[in-house]
Design a binder for this molecule. Sequence first.
Ligand SMILES: [Zn+2]
Length: 110
Amino acid sequence: MSSEAIFGIIIASVIILSFVSKLLPKRRPKEKHFKCARCGAVSHHTERTIEAWRNNKTKFFCPACHAKWLQSKPPQFSRGRGSAGSGCLGIVVFFAFIPLAGYLLVRAYA
Ligand SMILES: [Zn+2]
């Protein structure tokens, strides 16, 4: 087996894994509701609170309190540090590029 074929198989498996991971259901909290840590109101989980839950956060805020919290924050904190933000985006772009590169390679060799 040529090294190109092995490389192609590796790329193909990366593509398959990325598709499989997208198809698999993401972890969600068992409860559909949460009690706001600020005002105590019971709210539906949103994508934002589910994402917080996945990050092992135990305190959730209702949309109204979250909006107030965003407004109370100094602007530089809500936008994040420029370098850290672009570094994170770079990783996302990199991982998005791998399947694309693999697809093009497989097409070139197929
Ligand atoms: Zn609240």
